[in-house]
Every structure is written in C-alpha cells, then in structure tokens.
Design a protein around this ligand. Structure first.
Ligand code: AMP
Length: 350
C-alpha cells in the first residue's frame, strides 16, 4: 500500500482516540498515544509497538578516552537506553535529576517520542554524576568516581497511567529502586534488568532479590563473572539463570555478545569498527536496541531474541563512534537497518 494511503488509513483509525500525536523528526516515525492502554502505530518502524518503561539513571558524566576528555556530558543508563529503544517503541522514562541538570540536553529524546513525565527534578538537588577513564584498548575502564546525589533519596513513583506498561526495563540503578518500580507495575508481559559492578559489589543481597523477579538479565562479561563467582562465562550464565532470569545476555565489548536462552547459546559478533571514540553507554544502548526490538515484535521467542541481539549490537556500534550519546542524536532507522544487514553479512559463509 502506498505510504500516503497508509497514513490516511491510520489517521482515520486513530482519530477517535483523542490522544497525543508523536512525531520523530529523525526517523519520520509517527504515533498516536492515549491513556493507559497506549497502542502505537509507527510508520517508519513498521507494525504496532507497545510502550516500554525504563527506570535508570540520568547523569552528567566526565569521561576520558585515549582520544579526548569531556566533563558533564549527558549520560546515564536510562538516557542511553531510551536513545536506543526509541527507534522501535514509545519509551516512558522514570528517573531523577537535580535542578542543576540542563533539561534541554534531553530534547532529542523528547523529539523521538520519549515521554519524560517520569523524571523527577529535585529542587536544590544535585544530579547523579559518574566519571570514568578508558584504557588504551577501550575494552576496560576505571571508574574514577560515582556520586549518587539525588539518587540517594529517590523513590520512583509511576504516573498512574504507566502502571500497566507491558514492557519494563530495569536499567542500571540501585536494585532496591528497580524493585520499587516492579512493585508498581501491574502485570508486565516481560521484565528485563541490567546492573553493574558497583551494585554487585555494594548491595548484592538486594540485587539477588531483584533478579528473582525478572525474565531476563543483560550484563557484561566481567559483571557476569563477578555475579556468578566463576570465571567461565557459560557456567556463569547457568548460575545466573538459577537466580531467576530465564534468559541471560552477556556483552563482551569488541568480542560481541552471547545469548543464553532455554539451554541454547547464540553468539553475535561485534561490528569491526575502525574508529571507536568513546564506549560509554554502549551497553545501555545495546539494551535499548535489544529491548526496543522485542517490544516492537511483541514476542520474545528464540528467533526474535536472536534478532534482538543483532539490533542491540548495531545500536551499540553506533554509540561508540562519537563522544557521549552524540551519534545517537542524528542516527536514522535506515542506518540501523543497514548495519543490521552488515552484521548478518559478517557471519554469512556463502
Ligand atoms: P555503560 O557504558 O553502558 O556501562 O554505561 C555508562 C553509563 O552508566 C554512564 O553514562 C553512567 O552515567 C552510568 N552509570 C555509571 N555508574 C552507574 C551506576 N552505578 N548506576 C547507574 N548508572 C551508572
């Protein structure tokens, strides 16, 4: 069907909803949203996408890589996740910042249809800050500082109409806060979590309680080893699956990602890039692409999960091309699709 006719047909079907019209400047995606049972029709992304809720950090980062240094750049697990997921599904972001946070830094997310109504701004509060330095190989980094600030007293409160969001992502944040969000959602179709060494080391028992309540976990290789207490990644994934999540995804930086699901393993390569500028947020962006794709498909069977890993890997490969989330601002769905195809070509043997 020609695009114009499709648009007219969608407009006719959506008119009675009296909702809010969303439009993505970058991808051309349009959707119409109303109340609790939001259904989304995105022309550019194709098909019908359900909303996706994320709780995580919205941060100001100070980052050093072999290529440069920057202070107070936009960061945070929820920020990068939303940047990736918003190509596929409407994202509802729950987080907290202080009144020192320049909200205009998030305008690219708003333009892409991310609902920021769940961000609390604490008067007189200071935004969460993180500082890190990457080694020459860019696969390893040292955390130079983590300043929780407004995160220390944050109590996430979901807008009522967000409580029946079907897809919930618990991005990297205090596992107690992750559970507080789980307590507020009614009957999510799928819950996926992320975490990092900071929380595994400092509040492990709380993290274990959260893991018992999620369907899937996304971690990097070091975190998987730390969490499971064994060096072998296959064994580590098995141990983590016994903690609760049926599906475990292990990111391995420039070595790709492993998906453990129902006793099977799928391995995706990383895209061989000549210029990697700043890996910050690549993991969260991977999660955004991965989960956004699942939300768009509305299922999480083996084949969909495998494709989702490719979409996550494609998004992450763009993220590292520039400092902070810069590359994700002007990225288009067409570029993403081309890179997913390049991923498929990478492992094709004939
Ligand atoms: P990634 O490179 O994907 O691991 O994510 C980097 C992002 O995570 C940065 O933008 C940080 O602001 C954020 N971050 C760093 N430490 C933490 C933490 N302990 N909890 C939540 N987010 C964090």
């Amino acid at each position: 069907m020609p695009l114009g006719a499709l648009r007219r047909r969608l407009r006719r079907r959506l008119r009675p909803l009296q909702g809010v019209r969303h439009f993505c400047e970058k991808t051309g995606a349009r959707w119409f949203a109303k109340g609790a049972n939001l259904k989304v029709r995105s022309l550019a992304c194709g098909g019908v996408s359900s909303p996706l809720l994320v709780v995580g950090t919205v941060a100001l980062d100070s980052v050093e890589t072999p290529y440069g240094k920057a202070s107070d750049v936009l960061g945070g697990s929820a920020t990068y996740f939303a940047a990736g997921a918003s190509f596929f599904a409407p994202v509802r972001l729950v987080g907290v910042v202080g009144d020192d946070f320049p909200m205009e830094k998030l305008s690219f997310l708003r333009r892409r249809g991310v609902d920021l109504a769940g961000i609390e701004v604490v008067p007189g509060g200071k935004t969460f800050r993180w500082a890190g330095r990457y080694h020459l190989d860019l696969n390893h980094r040292d955390t130079l500082g983590t300043w929780l600030n407004v995160l220390e007293t944050f109590q996430p409160k979901l807008p009522d109409e967000w409580r029946d969001t079907p897809y919930v992502f618990l991005a990297n944040i205090d596992p107690v806060l992750q559970r507080q969000v789980l307590d507020q959602v009614k009957t999510p179709k799928l819950t996926v979590a992320d975490t990092m060494n900071f929380w595994i080391g400092s509040v492990r028992p709380e993290l274990v309680k959260t893991l018992a309540r999620v369907d899937a976990l996304i971690v990097n290789d070091e975190e998987a080893r730390q969490l499971a207490g064994v060096p072998n990644l296959v064994r580590a994934a098995g141990i983590i699956r016994q903690m609760g999540p049926r599906t475990v995804i292990v990111k391995k930086g420039e070595h790709g990602a492993l998906l453990f699901h129902e006793g099977k393993v799928f391995s995706a390569p990383a895209y061989p890039l000549e210029d990697v500028f700043d890996p910050t947020g690549a993991g969260d962006t991977f999660a955004g692409g991965f989960y956004g794709y699942l939300a768009k498909q509305g299922k999480a069977d083996e084949a969909t999960l495998r494709n989702a890993v490719l979409y996550g890997s494609a998004l992450a490969s763009f993220c590292v091309e520039r400092f902070g989330p810069d590359r994700l601002v002007d990225l288009t769905l067409k570029e993403i699709e081309e890179r997913v195809q390049a991923f498929r070509d990478l492992v094709r043997v004939s």
